[in-house]
Structure formats: structure tokens, C-alpha cells
Design a binder for this molecule. Structure first.
Ligand SMILES: *Cc1c(COP(=O)(O)O)cnc(C)c1O
Length: 240
């Protein structure tokens, strides 16, 4: 596809997603400015990121190191905000904290020393979101290795630890709706979990939830950031 055709495609897709967000905000009685779209560019080349920046995208999401690092390095002139949204390995945490502008996937205390070490050269503390699991507790217990996100019962303790780290800033929560759960059910659960977090950490206002398939339900439940890949970039070239 020519660059011109790709630009037209991305522009049309972006406009359609922005319309969906506006519609969801209107339905929820929320201002459209209250929701930021993070365009998830994983698997797509830096040339697409460049076109997106020209289309006034500011926030991009990546889920793997070192793909994320390479792409940011190729796009440094664009002044984008890079959101790391993927599962974090403990030994990669310092590297990711070195280039990510926001880390969405903090799900265990073991990550914190590495993140703090990687954030040492930053002017401001690194904004971190805690990824919380919305699985039913029984299911989560049965498949704990596959579960992404901390159990809600352990969330407040981890939040305290993040906020106690001088080089990290507790910014809020991230979640993915489980595959076998209605998004409304998942995000209603998330909204309740968020209430409990805000009661203790009123500064943790970010709610990163909603993707291509369920952004409306996430916005209805209070999402401040939606992470959208396929609806903007098209199907990913590789099966995950
Ligand atoms: C890939 C990914 C997304 C984007 O998903 P789409 O269905 O392509 O919109 C959002 N969040 C996370 C954590 C992801 O890994």
C-alpha cells in the first residue's frame, strides 16, 4: 500500500474511533475530552506511528520490549507519549522504565525496584498504573500463571508500595475484560475496585480500560484512557 493510501486508511479509522468515543461519552453523560485514545501500534512499523502523529495522535501504546524501545527511538522527533501496556518481566523493568512515559502493567511488588532503578534519570517520577485482574476469583486461582493483573484483594497493598517509591507515581488502574465475561460485568467490577482505590489514593485517577471490542462499555464505567489497536491500524500481521 502506498503511504498516501495508508494515511487515508488510518485517518478514516481514527475518525471512526473518535466518533465511537464521542457517542459513548454522550451516552454516559461525560465530556469527550475526558477520554484519551491510546493508539496501540504493536506489530506495526514506525512509519505508521509517524502518520498517526501527523493525524494529531499524541498517545501510543506498545506491549513488548524491545520492539517498543526501537520504535520510540525511531520516532523521538515526534514528541509522543509512549505507554507500555504489556506484561513486564522483572529483568526488563529497568529498561522499560528508561523509555516508557507511562507503565500500565504493574502487577506485582517485585517489579518496583527495577522500575525505580530505571526511572532514576527522569525529571519527574514515572507514572504507573496497577493492572488489576477482573477474573472470577475461582477461575483466577485455577489459572494463576495465565492471569494478568493483581487480584483485587491485593491491590491496595501494592498501591501503597508504589506510592511509597519516590521515583514512581501511582497514577491509576489498568484492566482488560476477561474473554469469557461480558464487558459490562467486567467493567462494573472494575469501577467498584477503582472506588476503593480512590478512597485511599485520591491521586490515582487514571482508568485505562477498553479496547477495539469494548471501548463503549469501558467509557460507561469511567475509563479515562482507551487502548485501541485493530480498529485503527487494522488486523495485526502476526497472531499473538
Ligand atoms: C493489543 C492490546 C490492546 C489493543 O487491542 P485491540 O483489540 O487491537 O484494540 C489493548 N490493550 C492491551 C493490553 C493490548 O495488549
Amino acid at each position: 500500500m502506498s503511504e498516501r493510501a495508508r494515511r487515508a486508511e488510518l485517518a478514516a479509522n481514527l475518525a471512526a474511533v473518535r466518533l465511537r468515543i464521542e457517542g459513548a461519552c454522550a451516552a454516559a453523560g461525560r465530556a469527550p475530552e475526558a477520554v484519551t485514545v491510546i493508539v496501540v501500534t504493536k506489530f506495526f512499523p514506525a512509519t505508521d506511528v509517524r502518520i498517526l502523529a501527523e493525524l494529531e495522535v499524541v498517545d501510543v501504546g506498545e506491549n513488548r520490549h524491545p520492539e517498543a524501545a526501537r520504535k520510540k527511538a525511531a520516532c523521538l522527533d515526534l514528541g509522543l507519549r509512549w505507554h507500555f501496556i504489556g506484561g513486564l518481566q522483572t529483568n526488563k523493568a529497568p529498561a522499560v522504565a528508561g523509555y516508557a512515559d507511562v507503565v500500565h502493567s504493574v502487577d506485582r511488588a517485585k517489579l518496583l525496584p527495577g522500575l525505580a532503578r530505571g526511572a532514576v534519570d527522569r525529571a519527574e517520577p514515572l507514572p504507573c498504573l496497577i493492572q488489576v485482574s477482573l477474573e472470577d476469583p475461582e477461575r483466577a486461582a485455577g489459572a494463576s500463571s495465565a492471569r494478568a493483573g493483581i487480584a483485587p484483594t491485593e491491590l491496595l497493598a501494592l498501591a501503597d508500595e508504589v506510592s511509597a517509591e519516590a521515583r514512581l507515581r501511582l497514577a491509576g488502574l489498568m484492566a482488560v475484560a476477561p474473554v469469557r465475561m461480558e464487558p459490562e460485568v467486567a467493567f462494573t467490577r472494575l469501577a467498584r475496585i477503582r472506588e476503593a482505590l480512590l478512597a485511599r489514593h485520591p491521586e490515582a485517577t487514571v482508568l485505562s480500560a477498553g479496547m477495539t471490542g469494548d471501548l463503549e462499555q469501558a467509557i460507561a464505567a469511567g475509563a479515562t484512557h482507551v487502548r485501541v489497536g485493530r480498529a485503527i491500524l487494522g488486523p495485526r500481521p502476526v497472531v499473538e
